[in-house]
Write a new protein. Structure first.
Length: 283
């Protein structure tokens, strides 16, 4: 593991620790809001019919209790459910009801965190919870994490769509534009870094396949350097990059590397499976 990677991991660990502390403070007043399929345990002191009672919230957000019948609690916090039940009991049966509600199973508002994080699993979604807060809750990315976070989101009646977010910009630069609010049933995936290949052919000293990590894909000029540099006969003004997209369509990019070397143009970032062709000069 190179020094840059170690430094970034150390910085990331520091960011996680700081954010864990701040998230804990910010989350003290934030409660989960119950909904369909959540399972609650209801206890009312001194009322046998309402002691250690386990109920599941219906699809329309209601629970059915002895003495009270159907009660709409959809979207309420645990504290609000306790207050509502206490108010109903006070109005009908008890002078000073003591109600305790425990959320036994979180089902209606959860997010799924998978991949290269310290504690993957299913997490309750608190109100106003963002992507970064969720990653912090899961202990942050592991050293094996790749360069991006993928959030898979399903809208009603639609297929899931993927949001790809650069992990370093989110974690280390704390870019607020990338720290998106999460929605129920979002899947947050931190794929592990993986080996990918780019190919460099033609007038370089060591043509062939270059295997690199996805998180450290080289630019065109760096790939040429890894291949030993240009030969004396290389046409540096006519280097081609052949690239195949997700639909299988191939495009070819013509690059004047001399312009990159002299600073007139920026270097070209490569993508996995790019094929670089360095032609020989005819002169």
């Amino acid at each position: 593991m190179n020094k840059t990677r170690i430094s970034m991991l150390a910085l990331g660990l520091t960011a996680v620790l700081v954010l864990q502390a701040s998230a804990g403070q910010a989350g003290e007043g934030v409660e989960y809001r119950v909904g369909p399929k959540d399972v609650l345990q209801v206890d009312v002191y001194g009322v046998e019919a309402l002691t250690n009672l386990e109920v599941t919230i219906s699809e329309v957000g209601r629970i059915t209790l002895p003495l009270l019948g159907e009660v709409d609690i959809n979207g309420l916090t645990k504290s609000e459910v306790e207050a509502k039940l206490a108010g109903l009991l006070r109005a009908t049966f008890l002078r000073n009801p003591q109600v305790t509600v425990l959320i036994k199973q979180y089902q209606s508002r959860v997010v799924y965190i998978i991949g290269a994080v310290q504690k993957p699993g299913i997490y309750p979604l608190l109100s106003r919870q963002t992507l970064l807060e969720t990653l912090v809750t899961a202990g942050g990315p592991t050293p094996a994490a790749g360069p991006e976070v993928i959030v898979v989101r399903k809208s009603s009646g639609e297929e899931g769509r993927s949001l790809r977010i650069p992990l370093q910009s989110l974690m280390y630069k704390v870019d607020s534009r990338l720290d998106i609010p999460l929605q129920p049933n979002d899947v947050v995936n931190v794929p592990a870094d993986r080996n990918v290949t780019v190919y460099i052919l033609g007038a370089v000293k060591s043509p062939g396949a270059l295997e690199v990590k996805l998180s450290s894909l080289p630019t065109l000029l760096k790939a040429v350097t890894k291949a030993g540099g240009f030969t004396d006969r290389a046409n540096q003004r006519d280097v081609r990059i052949r690239r195949t997209d997700a639909r299988g369509e191939e495009t070819e990019i013509k690059v004047n590397v001399r312009d990159i070397i002299t600073g007139r143009k920026k270097d070209v970032p490569l993508e996995p499976e790019d094929v670089i062709i360095v032609r020989e000069s005819i002169f």
